[in-house]
Design a protein around this ligand. Structure first.
Ligand SMILES: [Zn+2]
Length: 348
């Protein structure tokens, strides 16, 4: 990580008159010490750590602000600040909630357009291809579902993001943000990107199946709290034959893709987490479903939080006027996908 300065700390230390209602904003206004400024013409940019007066046009960085006021060199300013104000020298981190300028999440059509284009610019690594094959997906299904590997090399990733910027604005698209240099980037952790689609096959968001599963296996491609970032929402994934009147409900988009593929394209609806059911009623009502089989993992038999989620789903399904059927299988296979994979292997 690169060392970054904090111009606001310096301005406060110097004693500049700063507008108090600017907390959390990227650009903070202050009275300019270089001209006879009775208003707040000096703009302090907390991301780029630069200042600029819109009246006298004085401009510079954190060290120059100090140096120009006290009539010293920037080298002297550096030594002075390092000694008197070590807190002005902080480590850059995009995930800085106090500074982040987060945008409202863009509508579905815009997210779909950006994500479709993003996936067209990415590829799937051999390791990830093998991982998906092992889950029971065919090459054809893997290609159709458009899984991709997260680009880990910064230069490669930023050049892909640059191509997106030629066509789209990325404000409000979960996963994208600007770094401390103001360069657009994409949230990056090694793993597989999984498109989360609605019944019309539009991409609502991207889930990330992490390679390092020591903390958790899945997360959204999201840039909440990042500069110019946006939040992913608990979108519900729909996969398989959307005209079917019977559907299965499970947890996790990838699991649903696998289970649908292994069951000959049956309709699967996947909530993104066992407690993420808020968007389920709208999805159920928007389709011509008359019967739902609940197919959450078999640890519903032993884990109270899962059996509670089963209850919630039953209530939602029934309140939509849809028939609810619990679906159980040999509990040595945890997920519906594991069970169907076993059945396929056994030729049943
Ligand atoms: Zn000025």
């Amino acid at each position: 990580m690169d060392l970054q300065y904090n111009i606001l700390e310096v301005a406060k230390y110097i004693g500049l008159n700063i507008r108090l209602d600017m907390n959390g904003k990227v650009e903070v206004e202050a009275r300019c010490p270089f001209c006879d400024d009775s208003s707040f013409h000096l703009s302090l940019n907390r991301v780029k750590n630069v200042f600029r007066c819109n009246r006298c046009k004085e401009t510079g960085g954190m060290l120059q602000l100090y140096a120009k006021i006290f009539g010293v060199t920037t080298k002297e300013a550096y030594s002075a600040l390092k000694e008197k104000l070590p807190s002005a020298f902080q480590y850059a981190h995009p995930k800085n909630q106090a500074l982040a300028n987060v945008y409202p999440t863009r509508p579905l059509e815009e997210r779909n357009a950006v994500y479709q284009r993003l996936l067209s610019l990415l590829s799937l690594s051999d390791i990830h291809l093998r991982n998906l094959r092992k889950r029971g997906l065919s090459n054809e299904a893997i290609q159709r579902n458009c899984y991709r590997s997260v680009p880990l090399v910064t230069e490669v990733r930023q050049s892909i993001v640059k191509k997106l910027l030629d066509e789209f604005k990325l404000y409000g698209i979960p996963g994208f943000y600007t770094d401390y240099n103001g360069t657009w980037d994409m949230y990056c952790k090694s793993g597989i990107l999984i498109p989360v689609r609605n019944a019309a096959k539009k991409i609502q968001g991207l889930q990330l199946r992490l390679d390092d599963t020591s903390n958790r296996k899945y997360r959204w491609l999201s840039s909440n709290y990042f500069q110019n970032g946006a939040k992913a929402e608990p979108w519900v994934h729909v996969t398989g034959n959307i005209h079917s009147t019977s559907a299965y409900i499970t947890e996790g988009p990838l699991k649903a893709d696998v289970a649908s593929h292994l069951s000959g394209d049956r309709l699967f609806i996947a909530i993104p987490g066992i407690n993420c059911t808020e968007r389920l009623p709208d999805v159920l009502k928007s389709m011509s479903i008359i019967r739902v089989a609940e197919a959450l993992d078999m640890d519903k038999l032993v884990k109270p939080e899962v059996s509670k989620a089963v209850e919630t789903i039953r209530n939602i399904v029934q309140s939509c006027g849809i028939e609810y059927v619990p679906f159980k299988w040999d509990s040595q296979y945890k997920g519906i996908d594991d069970y169907l994979c076993f059945k396929m292997a056994a030729g049943q």
